[in-house]
Design a protein around this ligand. Structure first.
Ligand SMILES: Cc1cc2nc3c(=O)[nH]c(=O)nc-3n(C[C@H](O)[C@H](O)[C@H](O)COP(=O)(O)OP(=O)(O)OC[C@H]3O[C@@H](n4cnc5c(N)ncnc54)[C@H](O)[C@@H]3O)c2cc1C
Length: 463
């Protein structure tokens, strides 16, 4: 294989994907799978081989509902975007709980990265909402995995479906943090085979169809924007709200985030809670009282049960990364955004560490995100080469702290090509080797998404 620009392929059927993979396997050509390319880890970049785009896999199957179980499902192709799915489900009064902030993301991409979003505080990440997948292994073998049918037994995970040659391996041993996590291959003692592929960032197979679980939209939702004089007041409020109320969303904005959004410095919290028409007014009063008790500067019109207001609050939240990305582009240097989460007992220590280290650095930054899951994004905005190098070091210092506190170096974005050293910090050199060994068994030619999650050299030396 000579080094040349990658060739882009846009298949629209499983047969076409199979054909591409078969040829790639024969010629040992690397294949990089691309969904909507909104990922933040460089996972879809390649300097040669084939880029297999799923953009033409955009069909949404019928929406099915089971009244007895009070849940339903929809089968989609992997290139369907969150936005397109949301629009269809909305027409029927249903919703798909995972809600990563970037609605242009594809379902295949969100499954491959086990993405999550503000609502995962109540609903968990993508993994919990995938009932069945169809995928093609690197050698084009089709497999279909339905949740709750294939489990690891006695420490061994096997793929023994009728259509695939048996693959069996001992479960790995690297630590899995007690937080939401999208760093490296998932494993658990009695794990479900489907969960190996979800979150494997396209390194083990290409999703061609996914059956997703959906829910009926709640009768009412109240949401609000609460402003605080200090970031620590806001943090303390978030802890109290998590304990005493049942929010589905708790999103934090530090003073710099508010300045970027054109507001007064201080801190703010966006919350959402599902409720009923009967209880929504009383619940709003509970939020108000708790917020006031924590020193919030509360204005009643910023707590609402009107869908238009929810959208306005969400829009305020979604504007933040957009504005930060714009600022980074103007600076002419890539921003560095963390994706660490820590367990509950370490949340305050990590919060204090972020603030101390970021302030001391003298580099422009903003700190925001999913505070209900102890998962904040610190975004460093270097303005010159010296600051960029300093930011890289600071990123590593923050990652080390998250790991020391029992957390993850990637809670929702994945590892891709940019975050491998931090994954090593978390699982050790041996953990990376264990992942490379799994990859060697499932994709012996090392065709799929080469150089993602762990270095290709590690794959080559894996036995
Ligand atoms: C402004 C902004 C906000 C964001 N907010 C969030 C957020 O709140 N939560 C969150 O989790 N992420 C967030 N992200 C990151 C990104 O949107 C997610 O990682 C998303 O899951 C990527 O989906 P995608 O379709 O763009 O995948 P891509 O970027 O195209 O690919 C991501 C990975 O998935 C693999 N992949 C894609 N399709 C398939 C397939 N069919 N089979 C196998 N592998 C496949 C790719 O090879 C790659 O490894 C945000 C990004 C931006 C730009």
């Amino acid at each position: 294989m000579t080094d040349s620009l990658p060739r882009i392929e846009t298949p629209s059927s499983e047969q076409e994907v199979a054909q591409i993979l078969k040829e790639a396997n024969r010629a040992k050509t690397p294949v990089t799978v691309a969904g909507a390319k909104t990922g933040l880890t460089g996972a879809c970049t390649a300097d040669s081989g084939i880029i297999l785009s799923t953009e033409r896999f955009n069909q949404i199957g019928p929406v099915l509902w089971d009244d007895e179980r009070n849940s339903g499902s929809v089968t989609v192709e992997p290139g369907v975007t969150l936005k397109a799915l949301e629009a269809v489900l909305d027409m029927y009064g249903y919703f798909y709980p995972p809600d990563p902030g970037e609605k242009a993301a594809s379902i295949g991409g969100t499954a491959a990265t086990n993405a999550s979003g503000p609502r995962s505080l109540a609903y968990g990440p993508t993994r919990a909402w995938i009932r069945r997948v169809k995928l093609l292994l690197a050698d084009a073998t089709p497999i279909e995995i339905t949740r709750s049918k294939h489990f690891a037994q006695n420490g061994i995970l096997s793929m023994k479906t009728t259509s695939v040659k048996p693959v069996s391996f001992p479960l790995p041993t690297y630590c899995q943090p007690k937080t939401k996590n999208a760093a490296g291959y998932f494993w658990a003692p009695q794990m479900d085979l489907i969960d190996l592929f979800i979150g494997s960032e396209g390194t083990l197979g290409v999703f061609t169809e996914l059956e997703l679980e959906i829910r009926r939209q709640p009768e009412a939702v109240i949401s609000g924007m609460l402003f605080f004089k200090s970031e620590t007041d806001c943090f303390d409020f978030s802890v109290a709200a998590k304990k005493t109320l049942q929010p589905r969303t708790l999103e934090f904005f530090d003073g710099n985030s508010l300045k970027i959004l054109g507001d007064q410095p201080g801190a703010a919290l966006l919350f959402e809670q599902e409720t009923t028409k009967k209880t929504e007014a009383a619940l709003a009063q509970q939020w108000l009282a708790l917020a006031r008790a924590h020193g919030a500067i509360v204005s009643e019109e910023l707590i609402s049960s009107e869908p238009e207001d929810h959208q306005a609050f969400q829009q305020y939240r979604y504007q933040l990364p957009v504005r930060v990305n714009k600022q980074a582009a103007e600076n002419g240097f890539r921003k560095l955004g963390t994706d660490f989460a820590v367990p509950d007992e370490s949340a305050r220590a990590m919060f204090d560490f972020y603030r101390t280290e970021l302030l001391a650095s003298g580099i422009d930054y903003a700190l925001w995100g999913h505070i209900g899951e102890n998962h904040l994004h610190a975004n460093l905005l270097p303005k010159n080469k010296e600051q960029f190098d300093q930011s890289t070091k600071l990123y590593a210092t923050l990652a080390k702290k998250a790991v020391e506190l029992g957390g993850t170096v990637s809670a929702e974005h994945g590892i891709g090509k940019l975050r491998i050293p931090y994954l090593e910090m978390m699982v050790g050199a041996n953990g990376l080797k264990e992942m490379a060994r799994i990859k060697k068994l499932v994709d012996p030619g090392g065709i799929l998404n080469r150089g993602n999650i762990f270095p290709y050299e590690l794959f080559l030396s894996a036995v």
